[in-house]
Design a protein around this ligand. Structure first.
Ligand SMILES: Cc1ncc(C[n+]2csc(CCOP(=O)(O)OP(=O)(O)O)c2C)c(N)n1
Ligand SMILES: [Mg+2]
Length: 568
C-alpha cells in the first residue's frame, strides 16, 4: 500500500505496540502530527520537550516497555537533550522522533534547523537522519530493536519534513531491518564460566552487588534463588533498589557514598564480589584503588565494554544476566555462611544512618520522618519517583522498597527536574500503581510546569515536596568541604499550596512530624493528584557520606545522635 512517510511512522509505532507518546508539536513535525489522529495512539502534550523525554524514560523504567518522545526540529529537539542523556546514563529504552527541516535546505541554517543527530551522537545508542519516505520504516523498526536490545538505551530518529510528506510503498511484512538481537549474542568474556562457579563455591566472605541490570534483564527471581541457595548477602546500587525485597534477610541495603556503613564495610572486607548488572560507578566505589582490596571479583554484564573499565576483575562474563545466573544455579553448592552474615549484622552496630526510632519530632520535621512514614503507610509497595539531591538519598535510605521496578530515579546523570515528568510517564505506563513523587524544592521548580500536563491528562499522582529552602545537596557539600561558605544555595519558591490551587489540585502544607501520617493518608484517599509541601529542617545533612576521592570505608558519619532517647 502507498502511504506517506508520516503515516508510516504511526504504522510502525502501532506495530511496535506503542499506545502512548509524549510530545510537543511544531512546523517540522506537523505532517506526523496530522497523520497521528488516524491511529490508536494517546498523545500526551507536555509543557517542555525535556518533560517528554523524562516521561518516556519514566514510562520505560516503570514498565520495561519502550517509551516514545516526539518533538519538532531546532529548539524542540535541543530541549530533549537532557532527557536523552539521562536515559543513556541509566540504560533506559527511549525512542525519540524529531522533525527536521526539508532535505533540500538541510545545512543552510534554515529556520529551526539544528543538527540534532550530531548533537545527540554521544548520548544515544544510535541515531538516524531520514530524508526519504522509503527510509522511515527501516529506521523506526531498527530504532525500537536497538533501544530495547542488549544494554537498553535511547535512540533518535530525525525525519525531514519532505520525508514525512512524501509517499512510498509500505509493506509491513517486508522491511529490511538489521537484526539487533542477533548482534548481541553472548560472548565468552574474561576467564572461563567454570572459574566463576569455583570462586563462588570457595568463597567465605562473598557479597553480591546487584545493579540496574538485574531489573533490566528481569532477573530478580534468579538473583533471589542464587543468593538464597549460596547464602550470599546482597548489596544494591541506587538503581538496584527493588531487585531484591528490602525485607529479605539477605538484602543488606544500598552501597556507595550515601549507602549504609555496614554495607560498605562488608564490601571492603569481602573475599569475593559478584557484580551483577552494575558498573562500578565512582559513587559506588570511592577510590577504586582502595576498593575491596581482599576480594576476587566476578563481573556479569550485557555490555562487554563495562568489564575491566573501572575495576579489574578475575572473571568477566558478557551475557544476559538471567541466563547466566540460571546456568549457575545447578552448580552452586548450598552453603551455610551464617558466620559471615552474622559478622555483617554486627557491623550494623556501627550504623551511620540515623535510627528512626531515636528520632522523635521535638518540634523538628526531618525528611527521614517523611520517608519512614511514607514507607510504612504504603507498605513499601508504592512506585516512588525521585528527583536528585538530599531527598533522593533519604528516600533510598528510609523507603523500604518491597517490589521490583518500584524506584525510578536519575542515577548516572543525576538530573534535577526528572521526577515530576518521569512520574507522569510511570503512571501512564502503570495506571494501577500508586505513584509518589519525592522531589526537592529546587528540582521541583525546574519542571513544575508539567503540573499543567497532570491536569490536562487527568493524572493521579501524589507529590511530596521536600522543602528545605536550599539546594540541599550542594549546601551539604559547602557545609562539609567548603567551610560552610554557602554560595548560591538558599532558594526561594512559591507558596506551593497556592500554586496547587492555581492548577486546581489538592494540597496541604506540613511542618510537624505529627502531621505526616494524616497528610499522607489524606493524599492517598484523595482521588486525583495531591501535593504535600513538607517544610522540613533546613540544615539537615545526609549521612554517611564519603569525601570525594576517599576510600569507601573512610566514611563521614553522623557526629552524634540528634536526640538520643524517646521512641517514635
Ligand atoms: C540539572 C541539574 N543542575 C544542577 C545539579 C547539581 N545539583 C545536585 S543536587 C542539587 C540540589 C538539589 O536541591 P533540591 O532540589 O532542593 O533538593 P535537596 O538536595 O534540597 O533535597 C544540585 C543543584 C543537578 N544535579 N542537576
Ligand atoms: Mg531543597
Amino acid at each position: 500500500m502507498k502511504l506517506t512517510g508520516a503515516q508510516i511512522i504511526w504504522e510502525c509505532l502501532v506495530r511496535e505496540g506503542v499506545t502512548d507518546v509524549f510530545g510537543y508539536p511544531g512546523g517540522a513535525i506537523l505532517p506526523a502530527y496530522d497523520a497521528m489522529v488516524d491511529y490508536p495512539i494517546r498523545h500526551v502534550l507536555v509543557r517542555h520537550e525535556q518533560g517528554a523525554t523524562h516521561m518516556a524514560d519514566g514510562y520505560a523504567r516503570a514498565s520495561g516497555r519502550v517509551g516514545v518522545a516526539i518533538a519538532t526540529s531546532g529548539p524542540g529537539a535541543t530541549n530533549m537533550v537532557t532527557g536523552i542523556a539521562t536515559a543513556m546514563m541509566d540504560s533506559s529504552p527511549v525512542v525519540c522522533i524529531t522533525g527536521q527541516v526539508s532535505s533540500q535546505v538541510i545545512g543552510t541554517d534554515a529556520f529551526q534547523e539544528t543538527d540534532i543527530t550530531g548533537i545527540t551522537l554521544p548520548i544515544t545508542k544510535h541515531n538516524w537522519l531520514v530524508t526519504r519516505a522509503a527510509d522511515v520504516a527501516p529506521a523506526i523498526y531498527e530504532a525500537f530493536a536497538l533501544a530495547r536490545s542488549g544494554r537498553p538505551g535511547p535512540v533518535l530518529v530525525d525525519i525531514a519534513k519532505d520525508a514525512q510528506q512524501g509517499s512510498c510503498d509500505f509493506d509491513p511484512d517486508h522491511v529490511d531491518v538489521f537484526d539487533a538481537e542477533a548482534s548481541h549474542q553472548r560472548s565468552a568474556g574474561i576467564g572461563a564460566p567454570d572459574d566463576a562457579i569455583a570462586l563462588i563455591n570457595g568463597a567465605r566472605r562473598p557479597v553480591i552487588l546487584a545493579g540496574h541490570g538485574v531489573t533490566l534483564a528481569g532477573a530478580e527471581e534468579e538473583l533471589r534463588r542464587f543468593a538464597e541457595r549460596a547464602q550470599i548477602p546482597v548489596a544494591v546500587t541506587l538503581l538496584g533498589i527493588g531487585a531484591l525485597a528490602s525485607s529479605h534477610r539477605l538484602n543488606l541495603g544500598m552501597m556507595g557514598l550515601h549507602g549504609e556503613a555496614w554495607v560498605n564495610g562488608a564490601i571492603q572486607q569481602a573475599d569475593l564480589l559478584i557484580a551483577l548488572g552494575m558498573r562500578f560507578d565512582d559513587r559506588v566505589t570511592g577510590d577504586p584503588r582502595k576498593y575491596a582490596p581482599d576480594a576476587r571479583k566476578i563481573h556479569v554484564d550485557v555490555d562487554a565494554s563495562e568489564l575491566n573499565k573501572i575495576i579489574r576483575v578475575d572473571v568477566g562474563i558478557v551475557g544476559d544476566l538471567r541466563e547466566v545466573v540460571r546456568d549457575w544455579l545447578p552448580h552452586v553448592t548450598a552453603a551455610d555462611r551464617s558466620d559471615w552474615v552474622a559478622h555483617i549484622d554486627g557491623l550494623k552496630g556501627d550504623a551511620a544512618v540515623r535510627d528512626i526510632k531515636h528520632l522523635p519530632d521535638e518540634g523538628h520535621l526531618y525528611a527521614a520522618h517523611v520517608m519512614h512514614d511514607l514507607s510504612r503507610l504504603t507498605d513499601g509497595r508504592a512506585l516512588v519517583v525521585t528527583d536528585v539531591g538530599q531527598h533522593q538519598m533519604w528516600e533510598a535510605q528510609y523507603y523500604k522498597h518491597e517490589t521490583r521496578r518500584s524506584l525510578v530515579t536519575s542515577g548516572g546523570l543525576g538530573t534535577m527536574g526528572f521526577a515530576l515528568p518521569a512520574a507522569i510517564g510511570a503512571k501512564i505506563a502503570c495506571p494501577d500503581k500508586e505513584v509518589w513523587v519525592v522531589v526537592g524544592d529546587g528540582g521541583f521548580q525546574m519542571t513544575m510546569a508539567e503540573l499543567a500536563t497532570v491536569v490536562q491528562e487527568n493524572i493521579d499522582i501524589k507529590v511530596a515536596i521536600i522543602n528545605n529552602g536550599y539546594l540541599g545537596m550542594v549546601r551539604q557539600i559547602q557545609h562539609l568541604f567548603y567551610d560552610r561558605r554557602y554560595v548560591a544555595v538558599p532558594i526561594t519558591g512559591p507558596d506551593y499550596v497556592k500554586l496547587a490551587d492555581a492548577y486546581g489540585l489538592w494540597s496541604m502544607a506540613v511542618d510537624r512530624r505529627a502531621q505526616v501520617v494524616d497528610a499522607v493518608t489524606a493524599a492517598r484517599e484523595h482521588r486525583g493528584t495531591a501535593i504535600i509541601d513538607f517544610r522540613v529542617e533546613q540544615e539537615d545533612l545526609v549521612y554517611p557520606t564519603v569525601r570525594s576521592g576517599a576510600a569507601l570505608h573512610d566514611m563521614i558519619r553522623r557526629p552524634a545522635p540528634i536526640v538520643e532517647t524517646a521512641a517514635d
